[in-house]
Design a protein around this ligand. Sequence first.
Ligand code: PEP
Ligand code: MG
Length: 417
Amino acid sequence: MESRRVEGLRARVVFDSRGDKTVEVEVTVEGYTARAAAPSGKSRGKREVKPFADGGAEGSVRALREASGKIVGETLDGPLAVDRLLREVDGTEDFSRIGGNAALATSAAAAIAYAGSGGEPLYRSLSRYLGADPGIPLPLSNVLGGGAHAGSGAPEFQEYLLIPVGAKDVMEAIEANVLAYRKLGRLLSQEVKGYPLGKGDEGGYAPPVGNRKALELVARAAEEASDETGVRIALGLDVAGSNVFDPRSGRYTLRSDGLYLTGEEMVSFLGELVDRFGIVYLEDPFSEDSPELFAELQRSVPNTFVCGDDLVVTRPDLIRSAIEAGSIRAAIVKPNQVGLLSLAAESARICHDRRALPVASHRSGETTDAYLSHFAVGTWCRLIKCGLIGGERMAKLNELLRIGEEVGSDRLRRLSV
Ligand code: PEP
Ligand code: MG
């Protein structure tokens, strides 16, 4: 691809959707300036890169400003070429010098600026560069949340998710999920007395109910919305197993259901829920230190996509070995877990090449940026987990509608389940 010069780089501290500080970066390539900020997670995997340098977001901005002399003036020969420079200026394995969020904000801003300076949107530049066929990922929408994303009293499982597998285009997909969300609100008002429809960090309801009850209500809402729209909506779940596991007792602690389960009992319990509710997607069902339990569950529910998030933290090497070990058939791709769009794209490719599902994902503390949608379309991501309700969540879905006008809104990637 064409060589283009980096003419400027500015970094600043901004706030994410939770009110936490993060890093935003502006990069100018051949007169075109693009801006990107990085999101932050609350239920983070142990093997993720460090999100910030010493001194937090401010420390990261200082470190990036000091390093910017080694980036400005250099030429880029593709949308992801700044990533090599970022590795060089950081020089650590875990991005602890500048922080993964400063790295990702620079990586994304430079990719958008590279694309924009050639008159292209990011998704198109990425897909050309990577040789991926552009396609719209199916939205995987959080409608009810608990765990680390909600206050006490909410279910322990972190995310109850909807996948509009029967949608013919992206508009229909979003509409079906929104209708199910509204129906869920009505059901919760009727069934949970005194609950004023409070929400968790990602915009899903956070009711004071047990995990089983939450699943029942989400399943009913999905079914009613499916019947009304004719669009089949399947269920998914992110257990965020590391947060549910108590290392002292060695048990999975589901207090709201009165259940304290060993790993083996958790395999059976989740298997029952899969059968009972037809769950097709199951993220981080166990602690990130128990890949063998992932494999056991994946064997017992072969038609469900067991997905690794904290287990594999968007690292190509960990994703490859987890797929080969049979632990997962899907992997979360969260660019800031590794700090570089190029590494995240490699992870998506590894899944694609091994017939596993790459799932582009937001973080619980988000920004209104929508480059995640371009990343998902321009790589191989079959699903996009970006929430549903809330400006920072809807920003990504609305971007899919805009991209759909160019690539064809019916080029929705399929999931046969
Ligand atoms: C997740 O676990 O999938 C998630 C989005 O949570 P967080 O961003 O808090 O790590
Ligand atoms: Mg997760």
